[in-house]
Design a protein around this ligand. Structure first.
Ligand code: AMP
Length: 468
């Protein structure tokens, strides 16, 4: 089977590598020459991946059986529609259905209209006067979001990115002044997690839950980024996420898929829910219409090799065999190597000396992102996330330690968040949620569903008791 992979980041490298392991032929359409994908692909085209005509012509000329679209921008530009028009089954929703990601207003309205209640209070003021009224009227801390695509970087959270409501209002007004739409919503308190599912006509097939680290700097300081790293737990839950709440989140994704269908929008692709686990249960922060980056890398490395091409073909053609959706029971940690200053003012162009063989020998997967080949054992950093290193082990902190050990084989001037996947960080998150859910902390309609630290390992294990 021959696959067209659209996009050239580490997520697309991981998609291509997983397809290649299942015996598929790969061709790639991307703006950059990703050193990892270049090695895998039988042919590749340097192209603007949001150009529906050129991407489709390439897919046709290469005789591909299936296309898979990695990033959001080609989806928002209608590349999946063009590929389908050319009779190429595609993993990735139409432009209309991809509004679930490309328009936060579309997403919020869809949930409201279909009575899917797992979302924060929100408003989408249309004038500066309405912004002021909304900001004054919230009464609780709020969040300001440009409605369109911002690569995860346009969201301002009260308490982190601004203090006074009037400053949030000024930001919202600046978005309106540039011709954009803006959403203001209640700031939720809790722990975030990502839940992705394969969605097609035959159903919704969830993947392991993942926690992403969005802030640029250690200790969750600095601005929001596309994601500096992420981890997943061996039982496919998270240290703070019990099975019952994961199942509620799956229910939200199922309800969204149903709502899209009822709106006449066919969806064949990946549906990603960014959730906040609050004292009242999971609440949807955002939807994406593709694999998360980095979260997709966690789950792709867990996919039991062999059937991935068949699975994606099923997604693209509308019928998935449920027994093809299988992920190994291992914990994973992804850490991104980024240019110094990433998230604010990245200093691109730095040379990195890497020893891929030694990284692999250390049991760590290496995926290339925004880097270009610079001779044997060297790459040059671009302005975005450069290399994704993925460790796997029984326990999350062991997977994190493996990545740390492998970083010895990446030399040069770069930044990486060493706090991702450490015991200390996991314990802090677990404790945060325990306190939030403690009796009396806040009225909660849910029974306490996080296990106490001395409980036996269960679906809600604490980090100290991580299974493994
Ligand atoms: P989004 O692009 O909507 O996922 O927002 C980016 C980040 O902003 C999220 O990962 C959260 O860290 C934060 N965020 C977004 N919405 C909220 C909210 N309603 N309450 C608290 N934090 C939020």
């Amino acid at each position: 089977m021959r696959f067209l992979v659209v996009g050239g980041g580490a997520r697309e490298h991981a998609i291509g590598a997983t397809l290649a392991q299942s015996g598929a032929d790969i061709v790639v359409a991307s703006a950059n020459a990703n050193p990892g994908l270049e090695r895998l692909a039988r042919s590749s085209l340097r192209v603007d991946p949001t150009d529906p005509r050129r991407v489709t012509e390439f897919g046709r000329a290469e005789g591909v059986d299936v296309a898979v679209i990695g990033p959001e921008a080609p989806l928002a530009a209608g590349v999946a529609d063009a590929l389908r028009d050319a009779q190429i089954p595609t993993v990735g929703p139409s432009k209309a259905a991809a509004q679930i990601e490309s328009s936060k207003m579309f997403c919020r309205e869809l949930l409201t209209q279909h009575a899917i209640t797992a979302q924060p209070k929100w408003v989408a003021p249309e004038t500066p006067e309405k912004v002021d009224a909304a900001a004054q009227g919230f009464g609780v801390p709020f969040v300001v979001k440009p409605s369109g695509l911002t690569a995860g970087k346009g969201v301002w959270v009260q308490g982190s990115d601004f203090t006074e409501p009037k400053d949030g209002a000024a930001y919202a007004k600046s978005i309106l002044a540039q011709g954009g739409r803006v959403v203001l919503e209640e700031r939720l308190e809790g722990e975030e997690f990502s839940l992705m599912a394969f969605v097609t006509d035959s159903g919704v097939y969830p993947m392991p839950a993942v926690q992403d680290f969005k802030r640029a700097l250690e200790g969750n300081q600095g601005g929001n980024t596309g994601g500096m790293g992420s981890y997943s737990q061996r039982d496919h839950l998270l240290p703070f996420l019990p099975a019952a709440d994961r199942d509620r989140a799956v229910g939200v994704l199922e309800a969204i898929a149903k709502a899209l269908r009822e709106e006449g929008l066919s969806y064949r692709g990946i549906l990603y829910g960014g959730f906040m686990l609050t004292a009242e249960g999971p609440r949807l922060l955002e939807c994406n219409a593709r694999f998360g980056d980095p979260e997709g890398i966690n789950v792709l490395t867990l996919y039991e090799h062999g059937d991935f091409a068949e699975l994606l073909r099923g997604v693209a053609t509308g019928r998935v065999e449920p027994n093809l959706v299988h992920f190994r029971l291992r914990s994973t940690v992804v850490k991104y190597v980024v240019p110094p200053g990433y998230g604010d003012r990245p200093r691109s162009g730095g040379l990195l000396a890497i020893d891929p063989g030694a990284i692999t020998a250390a049991g760590v997967h290496l995926f290339y992102g925004s880097v270009e080949a610079a001779g044997p054992g060297a790459v040059r950093l671009g302005s975005s996330r450069g290399l994704a290193l993925v460790g796997e082990a029984s326990a999350i902190h062991e997977a994190g330690a493996r990545v740390e050990a492998a970083l010895r084989f990446v030399r040069g001037d770069y930044y990486v968040r060493h706090d991702i996947g450490t015991r200390e960080d996991l314990a802090r998150r677990w404790e945060h949620l325990r306190q939030l859910r403690a009796p009396g902390a806040k009225p909660s309609p849910l029974p306490l569903s996080v296990a106490p630290p001395d409980a036996p390992p269960s679906s809600a294990a604490s980090p100290d008791l991580e299974i493994g």
